[in-house]
Ligand binder design. Structure first.
Ligand code: C5P
Length: 223
């Protein structure tokens, strides 16, 4: 069997990371959350008092930033230049600023390089917005995962509560998600868009296990 690259893209809170983690576990692959990397860059900028739309300053900053994970870490901890930022990156302030950071071309180039290095040996499930289109255009398995905005807000609300993350009302959460999707879909560089060869999976009415099974079947056929 081959160790494949599996690309999972889609809008915010469509269930990508939950599903990607389980798929990776089933096949013994490494899981990489690329959204966490853009969030960590956002933490770095805000910590330094750099405005998220100050392109020259952010472009300088990103040269000094290395985001790492520990392969196979069950807690999926995220490190920014060696310092753990796992909780910091999930704060609402980061969610509302990350799309501006992710729209900066220098940031995308730097993160794309780091992501390709992580995925180089295959045996990887990588989730994000531009994995199938830009980061790993030759990935043999590409999934574009979608769900209604209402369902996505509901899932994120429940998840935040469970994790003890401060959260706004369900309606506010849905508005914030829709705003982020709009920014991510309309930016100039690597916007959120389905790759022509990606399989579209609407998870609105599916359970996590059903989605994991569907993706696993697709992987089984290719490896
Ligand atoms: O996946 P998550 O919601 O954590 O991603 C946070 C943000 O990071 C997205 O809203 C998007 O702006 C950015 N992102 C991106 N490209 C990726 C992954 C995430 O631009 N591959």
């Amino acid at each position: 069997t081959k160790k494949l690259q599996v690309a999972i893209d889609g809008p915010a809170s469509a269930g990508k990371s939950t599903v990607a983690k389980l798929v990776a576990k089933r096949f013994g692959y490494v899981y990489c959350d690329t959204g966490a990397m853009y969030r960590a860059v956002t933490v770095a900028a805000l910590n330094k008092g750099i405005a998220v739309d100050d392109r020259p300053a952010v472009a300088e900053l990103v040269k000094t930033v290395k985001i790492t994970f520990k392969p196979g870490d069950p807690d999926q901890r995220v490190f920014l230049n060696g310092r753990e930022v796992t909780r910091d990156i999930r704060q609402p302030e980061i969610a509302s600023n990350v799309s501006a950071i992710a729209a900066i071309p220098e940031v995308r180039v730097a993160m794309t390089d780091q992501q390709r290095a992580i995925a180089a040996d295959g045996g990887i499930v990588m989730d994000g917005r531009d994995i199938g289109t830009t980061v790993l255009p030759k990935a043999p398995v590409k999934i574009f995962m979608v769900a209604s905005a209402h369902e996505r807000a509901r899932r994120r609300y429940v998840e935040n509560k469970k994790k003890g993350i401060a959260t706004t009302s369900l309606a506010d959460l849905q508005r914030a998600i829709e705003l982020r999707d709009q920014k991510d879909s309309t930016r100039k560089v690597s916007p959120l868009v389905q790759a022509p060869d990606a399989i579209r999976l609407d998870t609105t009415h599916l359970t996590i296990d059903q989605v994991v099974d569907k993706i696993s079947e697709i992987i089984e056929k290719k490896r």
